[in-house]
Unconditional design. Structure first.
Lengths: 446, 358
């Protein structure tokens, strides 16, 4: 009986607290209105099976925003504010986060990085209605690169198909140049999910063009047991293995490759299987020689990383110093930089005030970051120069290859471009199919 | 004082058999329906509608479907999410291939398709029961998403296996705003809940309960076990299928087969365990508990940390939320193992005597 009373009282206090908190939120938002800020909604994940990959990205994103506030006092005099919402890589939770972040600021969030292909798909229809740009750096819908059909979605830098095509080009140069791939055998070892199926079509076309044998082997989620897949790879005797893994799967692949004696120098991971979390999970020495494609380089030798260490971490305002300089943390920083530069671009046109989603969309679509500009921002060498247009929401479409030397990633190539003509053709076909399914009239308005 | 049935006489069998025999219950239900149908669409913000109320209603429907099967007919199932997937993909294909069909018809057809699939997977229940049956339904949980990924036709050969739903359109009227979608979902859920309530009071419902309580005895008094169990699977799957279609069309807008995983099945099972097994109302209470409490806790913890000026890392709040949530589930089950619906029943009995218990 007593227990129940305690319980009911605790419930009532909980509810009352909830109400109290509500009113206090209103108060804080009023304060925010007094000093308007550019609000960044961050949908990330730090818990759950993919948390180890999500945490560095979100930390990098926030560290860069903190850097601007600490060093420059914001962006052209406008303070940056943000709120992180935990999605656990779950589509339903991601949508809840999106709806919540939408209400947080009079202007709404600047742009949303859903950080999950599933959540991206869920938001594609909502973004135009709410006028919030979606930036999906290296994930999400590949055909959104066609900005005429997807005006609000920006798969910046490069997409899955460009990447797959670039990996094939890279293998070709490794094998000794033109026509060297004919008669060779390449295995695609992929996560058996929407994400893992992305490169199938383009690799099939590339296999015809180059004359290599393509063998596709699925790994069921979550992929922590791959003995049978690797026995099959051993039987097939491929020249190369392309690894399209995610989370625990990538590390297990490298580990099992070592067990069955497949050379790691002949394994190429994509950018979601090429981070420190993967190689360290497999064991630093087991991973030696493993190659991964990447859209940004890792390491602390970039000016912006040093700036963040100086202005953010030395003041004790950083997230977690052990992430600094890793592949995924650098990617988070690059994501933040692209978003901020889009806002800066919009400010140049609309004035130095907080920008709305509509204005930021213009800012992204007309973004042009030359090498000189990147050097000035401290990102020289970390990311490729990028130019966005209405037709092309992807940008350069290049990737760079890094190899694990037993302790860290070392860059072993310049920026490699795939068969952009082929990628573009497939993107346009796929986007046109989507447009006809959805009855979208498309084109460039401006 | 207010909740008392003294003086309310039933003068005919019809009155005696009414769903809500007590006047106060009738008033209560009318008030709830008025709030749900009139007040909420006017007052609630888009955030409330899309992120909280629509998922709550959709999960209530799925929990209701599972409750008919597990709570009333006594057949434990772990395949709820798979049946929802069938409903979602069936509705998508009906709309895609027969574009002029009103959405409502697609939803019903999706439900019927799911019912057929459910009956097929219910066949093992004729020979095995309890935990062994749970394992058999687990097969559905793994087989169906695998099939949907494997056969490209189901997803219209989408390169990634994700489907984007068509707009919900009924005879030229498009449900495009959150309030309209909420209204549609609410109408469907309210109607199906009424049907379910009547089903379990009918001959069929009594047969289900007889089978649940002791199938040998039920067979002895002349209940056809096979028919009863398979109908239970069919009806339950119909509800789950419609819930799946609404999950895709009214809530997420795009789904992939992997989204309907075992995790979701367990969530729905927990809803009925916490809400109350064998109770229509329990399905709603359980769905509310499981879908709304994490969001509520998340907000309370975040705001609380802000007020106390604690700087919490984002991951910490999520983990705290999981801890508190898990703790509350255990607490509730200790306080009331029969679920929230039982708690409500106890409250009603107390109210009858209140304020003079003696």
């Amino acid at each position: 009986m007593k227990l129940k009373k305690v319980f009911f009282i605790s419930i009532i206090t909980l509810v009352l607290n909830g109400c109290g908190d509500k009113s206090s939120t209103d108060l804080t938002s009023e304060v925010e209105e007094a000093a308007p800020s550019q609000f960044f909604g961050i949908a990330g994940y730090r818990v759950g099976p993919y948390g180890p990959s999500g945490a560095p990205i979100a930390t990098g994103y926030i560290d860069y925003l903190t850097l601007l506030n600490e060093r420059d006092g914001g962006l052209n005099g406008v303070r940056l504010s943000w709120e992180e919402c935990e999605t656990e890589y779950n589509t339903a939770k991601g949508l809840e986060c999106y709806e919540r972040l939408k209400t947080r600021n009079p202007l709404g969030p600047t742009a949303i990085h859903p950080m999950s292909t599933g959540i991206t798909y869920g938001l594609i229809d909502k973004a135009p209605v709410d006028q919030i740009p979606l930036i999906t750096l290296g994930y999400g819908r590949t055909d959104a690169s066609d900005g005429r059909v997807f005006p609000w979605v920006f798969p910046l830098m490069t997409n899955y198909w460009s990447q797959a095509s670039a990996i094939v080009r890279f293998i070709e140069t490794k094998e000794g140049g033109e026509k060297s791939l004919s008669g060779k055998k390449i295995v695609l070892l992929y996560h058996d999910s929407a994400y893992g199926k992305e490169p199938h079509e383009i690799l099939k076309v590339e296999a015809d063009n180059f004359g290599f044998d393509l063998v596709m082997i699925p790994v069921p989620h979550p992929g922590n047991e791959q003995q049978s897949q690797w026995m099959r790879i051993k039987k097939e005797q491929p020249d190369w293995v392309i690894l399209w893994g995610w989370g625990v799967m990538s590390g297990t692949s490298i580990k099992t490759a070592k067990k069955v004696g497949f050379p790691r120098e002949k394994m190429i991971g994509n950018w979601w299987s090429g981070a420190e979390v993967d190689t360290l999970a497999a064991g630093p020495s087991a991973s030696t020689g493993y190659i991964a494609a990447n859209m940004n380089l890792s390491g602390k030798n970039f000016e912006v990383v040093q700036e963040i260490l100086k202005h953010v971490y030395q003041k004790g305002k950083g997230g977690d110093e052990s992430y600094v300089g890793t592949v995924l943390w650098n990617r988070g920083v690059a994501q933040a930089m692209l978003t901020v530069e889009a806002v800066r671009n919009a400010q140049a046109k609309y004035g130095n005030t907080p920008m709305s989603g509509l204005q930021v969309r213009w800012g992204i679509e007309n973004l042009s970051l030359t090498q000189a500009k990147l050097d000035e921002l401290g990102f020289g060498g970390m990311v490729p120069p990028i130019t966005v247009s209405c037709e092309n929401h992807e940008g350069p479409g290049v990737v760079r290859f890094q190899q694990w030397d037993g302790e860290k990633w070392v860059s072993i190539s310049d920026w490699v471009l795939g068969d952009q003509k082929l990628v573009r053709k497939m993107v346009e076909e796929s986007a046109a199919k989507y447009a006809s399914e959805k009855n979208i009239e498309y084109g460039c308005s401006s | 004082m207010f909740y008392r049935e003294a003086g309310q006489f039933k003068k005919s069998y019809k009155e005696d058999q009414a769903i809500l025999p007590i006047l106060q219950d009738k008033i209560g239900v009318v008030v709830i329906l008025l709030i749900a149908f009139v007040a909420i669409p006017i007052l609630a913000s888009d955030y409330w509608l899309t992120a909280i109320l629509i998922p709550f209603l959709v999960f209530s429907l799925a929990a209701l479907g599972l409750n008919l099967l597990t709570g009333y007919a006594g057949q434990l199932s772990l395949g709820t999410a798979a049946f929802m997937a069938v409903g979602a993909f069936a509705a998508y294909n009906f709309e895609l291939r027969l574009p002029y069909m009103p959405a409502l018809v697609s939803f019903v057809l999706a439900g019927l398709t799911t019912a057929i699939v459910g009956i097929a997977f219910g066949i093992p229940s004729l020979r095995i029961r309890g935990f062994y049956l749970a394992v058999a339904t687990l097969a559905a949980q793994f087989f169906i998403p695998w099939l949907l990924v494997k056969v490209g036709w189901f997803t219209n050969y989408s390169s990634s296996g994700v489907i984007t739903t068509q707009p919900i359109e009924i005879l030229g009227f498009v449900f495009d705003s959150p309030a309209k979608r909420y209204f549609l979902v609410l109408s469907i859920v309210a109607f199906l809940a009424l049907v379910a309530k009547n089903l379990v009071r009918s001959n069929l419902g009594r047969a289900w309960m007889a089978v649940r309580d002791m199938d040998v005895a039920a067979e002895v008094i002349g209940i056809k076990i096979m028919r009863t169990k398979l109908i239970a699977f069919g009806v339950s799957s119909f509800y789950c299928g419609v819930a799946g279609a609404l999950y895709a069309y009214a809530y997420l807008g795009s789904v992939e087969p992997d989204g309907f995983n075992l995790d979701l099945s367990f969530r729905i099972l927990f809803m009925i365990i916490i809400g109350g097994i064998g109770s229509i109302m329990g399905s709603f209470l359980g769905a509310a508990f499981i879908t709304l409490l994490p969001i509520f806790l998340d907000i309370v913890i975040n705001e609380g940390a802000e007020i106390l000026n604690l700087k919490l890392a984002a991951g910490v709040t999520s983990i705290m939320q999981l801890l508190v949530f898990g703790g509350l589930i255990i607490f509730f089950l200790i306080v009331e193992p029969l679920g929230l619906a039982r708690l409500w029943q106890i409250a009603k009995e107390k109210l009858r005597l209140w304020p003079f218990p003696h």
